[in-house]
Design a protein around this ligand. Structure first.
Ligand code: SAH
Ligand code: MG
Length: 225
């Protein structure tokens, strides 16, 4: 990773340790842009986008950043990961979008990093392009994690990359849903193999599929209630 990009990513606000961020950038740099653009679910203030964005720029492709910017359960007032200055005082709900935009602007990545603002589970069924890389770092509750797996992973192109954050096989290290609802099902499906692990970040590659039912054409489901 270019040192200038790395300094900006490390200084950005968010939840991505430096070694895992570097592994995320590496996954982006290794992804084949001819397979499609990249997409992340769960952007918050833009930290992970500052790791993947430079890879998208260097590949002359786009990184789509899906987030409703209203925060996950654990970001709400009274929860462990709440940051009070992200609350929009006029409407009384969280809004990380202005912070995301400023972070991406300051890094000079606006041409390559595109915000998609809304509920990921509602957007996924309407998504049309195969992805060279999908990064899942959205809601970490059981149901949000399950929906991200079910609705987004079929969009990964054969030969493409699935990166999952906050995978904790040992419950003592953190919450279980990304491990139980995304990582394990991806491996059990037979459609993905693990290619690297750094901290809680797991990089998987999608295999050529013998079973045609696992494809984005089948993700014709209605938005989450
Ligand atoms: N990748 C970020 C951290 C993401 S935190 C970083 O590097 O710092 C998780 C994010 O997921 C939050 O911003 C939250 O708003 C978003 N999120 C949670 N559930 C979501 C959903 N169903 N649809 C869209 N975004 C969601
Ligand atoms: Mg995370």
């Amino acid at each position: 990773m270019h040192p200038d990009d790395r300094v900006l990513a490390e200084a950005a606000r968010g939840f991505m340790p430096g070694d895992e961020g570097l592994a995320l950038w590496q996954a982006g740099a290794d992804a084949d842009p001819s397979l499609g653009p990249m997409l992340e679910v769960g952007s918050y203030c833009g930290k992970s986008a500052l790791y993947l964005g430079p890879a998208a720029r260097d590949h002359r492709t786009l990184l789509f950043c899906v987030d409703h910017h209203r925060g996950s359960e654990e970001n709400q007032p009274g929860w462990e990961w709440h940051e009070p200055d992200l609350l929009d005082p006029e409407v009384g709900v969280m809004d990380s979008l202005p912070f995301f935009r400023r972070t991406v602007f300051d890094a000079g990545l606006e041409p390559w990093v595109v915000a998609v603002v809304g509920d990921g589970a509602g957007i996924a069924p309407h998504w049309g392009s195969p992805l060279s890389l999908l990064f899942i770092d959205g809601g970490h509750g059981r149901e949000p994690a399950r929906l991200d797996y079910e609705r987004w992973t079929p969009h990964v192109a054969v030969g493409g990359t699935l990166v999952i954050h906050d995978v904790f096989p040992d419950p003592a290290d953190g919450g279980r849903p990304p491990y139980e609802e995304i990582y394990l099902p991806a491996l059990a499906s037979g459609h993905f193999v693990e290619t690297s692990a750094t901290g809680s970040l797991r990089v998987l590659t999608r295999l050529a599929s013998p079973s045609p039912e696992f494809s984005s054409a089948q993700v014709g489901v209605s938005p989450q209630e």
